[in-house]
Design a protein around this ligand. Structure first.
Ligand code: DGL
Length: 269
């Protein structure tokens, strides 16, 4: 495939569910000419407590599907899948991959109190990249790591405003506030959909860091570097959203995000 024809091919992006839409919306802002295929692995959501072998099998299945559809670059819009599978995927496939990484570096470098919080899944905290970054850039600050157990389900089930979710968030955030955290890095792509609730609890006392805009920037850079960016500005790009289970959650989120020009399909892989 020459890069000339490949440049008009879609970008592939996936997550365990709808969380990756927090990355999708940044990609669309920055890359308005690019067609995008999104896979929500709702049948296997959440990924957070699965072991690495399972994450590799699930991620590999989706990547293989996206490559069959002609995707020219794949974004792992899931911190857990990045932590568990990106090294394997890069070793197996030739397409460029972009992964997620909790913003531990900018959080640590910008902290004035010397205490930062990271909210992520158990799988992400075990990842090589996260631990290397923490060691390299956050050795001079105190890092409070908190697993956001239950938060992915809250987003998937449209329960972000429920009292149960507020209680869960309070139980995760109050110890951080007590420890004088001034930056909170969101290490799961579902969590940006909880930012209004987090802001309410923390009363805007901490800076919340979502890595999605930086990931979109890196994707743009990688497309240009590999001469894969779509230069045809005349055609309106198409967006397809696949779900490996019922499509209702995906449809609800797409309506809430006011997304236009798209198709939703069930995916049996
Ligand atoms: N959005 C995924 C992430 O960024 C959620 C993980 C899960 O499914 O538990 O890690």
């Amino acid at each position: 495939m020459s890069n000339n024809s490949a440049s008009s091919f879609p970008i592939g992006i996936f997550d365990s569910g709808v969380g990756g839409l927090s990355v999708w919306r940044e990609l669309v802002k920055l890359l308005p000419n690019e067609a995008i295929l999104y896979v929500a692995d709702s049948a296997n959501c959440p990924y957070g407590n699965k072991n690495q072998d399972e994450i590799i099998i699930l991620s590999d299945r989706i990547v293989s599907f996206l490559i069959e559809q002609g995707c020219k670059l794949i974004v792992l819009a899931c911190n857990t899948a990045t932590a568990g599978a990106i090294d394997y995927l890069r070793g197996k496939y030739e397409v460029p991959f972009v992964g997620m990484e909790p913003a531990v570096k900018p959080a640590a470098l910008n902290s004035k109190t010397g205490v930062v919080g990271i909210l992520a899944t158990a799988g992400t905290f075990k990842g090589r990249l996260f631990n290397e970054t923490k060691e390299r850039f956050a050795s001079d600050v105190k890092v409070i790591e908190q697993v956001g157990e239950g938060l992915v389900d809250a987003v998937e089930h449209g329960m972000v405003d429920s009292s149960e979710t507020t209680q869960l968030l309070k139980s995760y955030l109050q110890p951080m506030l007590d420890a004088n955290v001034d930056h909170l890095a969101l290490g799961c792509t579902h969590y940006p959909f909880l930012i209004p609730q987090i802001e309410k609890i923390t009363q805007n006392r901490i800076i919340i860091m979502d890595p999605a805009p930086a990931v979109a920037k890196h994707t743009k850079h990688l497309l240009e570097e590999n001469k894969l960016d779509n230069k045809n500005k005349e055609k309106v790009p198409f967006y397809i959203f696949y779900s490996t289970a019922d499509t209702a959650t995906l449809k609800r989120m797409l309506t809430e995000l006011n997304i236009k020009n798209y198709e939703v399909q069930e995916l049996d892989i």
